[in-house]
Design a protein around this ligand. Structure first.
Ligand code: ADP
Length: 219
């Protein structure tokens, strides 16, 4: 199977971290930045690097970006450059365009020009950290919809050796434990007899309210 190829445009803090992680995951990454120093810093890390201004149509064409599976625009402060680059990439026919937005308005414009996925790293990280600060046992979560969430909850010492039957989250709180991540492996769809131990991670699905009550009363 052909390995996916990614182009990352803008090798600032976000772009370089994303690009390095894609390499770690085994994909090919072309990094582009107009700043020579930023490119130099990544030259040993990525499959290819190029010093170029991505707002130049010839650059996008000559680098053959349209043959890539996905291009990520991670240009920060320069909103105009971010939007121009995103338009050129959409026009190029590249498989998928992802772009980082610095504000809601920036994101709206990116969406209007057809960017396939707009990401708000700082806004989203702020929200995530706030949730973790108010719920110390909440390790991570995915919002399935406005109301439903999957949350990873750390099991405290007080629950050591308790079975799911004893905790009974479904009958008492309406949320379900869909997996227990243990040191030696993950139990998917655990049964009532499965027990939790300190430092296990429970993966719980339910409404935000159900999970919050479960967390406050049990964990
Ligand atoms: P971060 O917050 O992720 O660090 P920055 O704004 O610091 O974001 O980084 C954005 C990167 O995008 C910088 O390295 C900058 O040189 C690069 N960049 C900005 N405009 C262009 C452009 N037109 N073409 C290519 N790279 C660009």
């Amino acid at each position: 199977m052909k390995r996916s190829q990614y182009a990352v445009i803008g090798l600032g803090r976000f772009g370089s971290s994303l690009a390095k992680e894609l390499i770690k995951l085994g994909y090919e990454v072309l990094g582009i930045d107009k700043d020579e120093e930023a490119v130099e810093e990544m030259s040993d890390e990525l499959t290819h690097v190029v010093v170029a201004d991505a707002t130049d149509e010839d650059v996008i064409r000559s680098l053959g970006i349209r043959n890539f599976d996905c291009a990520v625009v991670s240009i920060g402060d320069d909103i105009q450059a971010s939007i121009l680059t995103a338009i050129l990439l959409k026009d190029s026919g590249v498989g998928m365009v992802v772009a980082k937005a610095l504000s809601e308005l920036h994101g709206k414009v990116l969406q209007k020009i057809g960017v396939d996925r707009v990401i708000y790293p700082e806004r989203d990280m702020g929200i995530r950290v706030a949730h973790q600060l108010v719920s110390p046992n909440l390790l991570d979560y995915i919002e399935l919809s406005k109301d439903y969430t999957i949350a990873e909850l750390a099991v405290p010492r007080s629950l050591n050796g308790r079975s799911l039957k004893e905790l009974d989250p479904r009958a008492r709180y309406g949320c379900s434990v869909v997996a227990i991540n243990k040191k030696n492996g993950v139990i998917i769809a655990p049964t009532a007899e499965d027990m939790v131990e300190e430092r296990d991670v429970m993966v719980v699905i339910g409404t935000n309210e159900q999970i919050e009550t479960f967390e406050n009363e049990v964990i």
